[in-house]
Design a protein around this ligand. Structure first.
Ligand SMILES: Cc1ncc(COP(=O)(O)O)c(C=O)c1O
Length: 349
């Protein structure tokens, strides 16, 4: 049976006449055209022309890489942009809400509140896992989106896949699985489930394992009808030419990316065993990501002491249930060595 999407869509967005950029109004079919349609400067430089608004070439390469169809791909100026776009696309301000599962990535709440959309928070339970029953009980017809980052930030663990699937099956809104750190886990991506669940959106990013945080490129994967609908509110040229070209090049460097990921996973194991030797670190939480969250005796003190050793970590204490925690990213070998040395120094000072 064909999935029905109308219940997700906002009337005002269905009714608007989406902006069409100059380059979308004709098909060039490989011919050399004289471009007098977009008020550009005709003198050639690397950037005198607007980028491809629909990023056809990059999307097709990403689709092949992820084993989906191009129509299932949406590209954004980082996942951050996608998060705000889907809140605008699916939530009626002042009426609908999103659901989040704290401690969680901060941008879901900030984006929602920015657009006048309320936020329902269902905290994680033991071992930072999802409270599936509480989520489903708290959800109602105004719950338009639930954001589930797995592996989670700041806690670094993955959520139980069976629990996620129960939520996807029973949640009446859209389930956004944010797989920003998917490359660092052995768990399969939920992209594989897209054909099975039409209310599922998976997002990934070039900012973490792909090593392109500065270029700003997020990827979202969903049913083509959802992607089409989100395209209605897309900024015409949301990806710039530099980013598009850099990403195409990066796709040809996946051996290098894999080596870097393998290195970080190995370092994760080594650093965890070194952190275990530090007495003021009380708990090291399991990590499926390129960072580790630890519980310390006094996070403000230890954060400041690390700063005094020229090392910046994240004081994650303000997150729900994360009092006295620090979130530590994995660095280069010499940077990780410096971290461990600093922690020993601090312990013995
Ligand atoms: C779970 C999660 N999602 C999304 C993002 C943002 O990704 P991007 O850099 O693509 O905007 C982050 C960044 O830290 C993150 O931790």
């Amino acid at each position: 049976m064909k999935p029905k999407f109308n219940r997700f869509f906002r009337k005002s967005i269905l009714e608007l006449n989406p902006y069409k950029s100059a380059r979308e109004e004709y098909k060039n079919e490989g011919r050399e055209m004289i471009l007098l349609d977009a008020n550009e400067n005709p003198f050639q430089s690397s950037f005198n022309r607007y980028p491809d608004p629909m990023q056809v070439d990059l999307k097709s390469k990403i689709a092949t890489w992820k084993n989906v169809r191009s129509e299932q791909v949406y590209l954004s100026n980082g996942s951050d942009e996608f998060i705000s776009q889907i809140i605008i696309a699916f939530c009626e301000p002042g009426e609908d809400h999103i659901m989040i599962v704290p401690p969680t990535f901060g941008m879901y709440k900030v984006s929602a509140l920015t657009y006048g959309v309320q936020v329902k928070e269902i905290p994680l339970i033991l071992n930072f896992q999802l409270d599936t029953n509480a989520i489903l009980q708290a959800a109602n017809e105004k719950s338009k989106i639930i954001f589930i980052p797995t592996p989670n930030n700041p806690t670094a663990n993955s959520f139980d896949a069976a629990e996620i699937e129960i939520i996807i099956k029973n949640f009446s809104g859209l389930v956004v699985l944010d797989e920003a750190y998917i490359e660092f886990t052995d768990n399969p991506s939920f992209i594989e489930m897209l054909e099975k669940y039409s209310n599922l959106i998976v997002c990934q990013t070039f900012s973490k394992a792909q090593g392109m945080a500065g270029a700003r490129l997020g990827m979202a994967f969903a049913h083509p009808e959802l992607i089409n609908y989100i395209n209605r509110i897309k900024a015409p040229y949301n990806l710039n030419s530099l980013t598009i070209n850099a990403a195409i090049n990066r796709l040809n460097e996946q051996d290098q990316v894999q080596n870097q990921v393998d290195f970080m996973i190995k370092e994760r194991k080594r650093i965890i065993s070194d952190l275990n030797q530090i007495n003021f670190i009380k708990t090291i939480y399991p990590s499926d990501a390129n960072f580790i969250m630890v519980l310390v005796d006094n996070s403000s003190l230890r954060y400041q002491q690390l700063l005094d050793h020229n090392i910046v970590v994240r004081n994650s204490s303000k997150n729900f249930g994360c009092k006295n925690t620090l979130r530590i990213s994995l660095g280069l070998k010499k940077e990780n060595d410096a971290l461990i040395k600093a922690l020993y120094n601090i312990e013995n000072q």
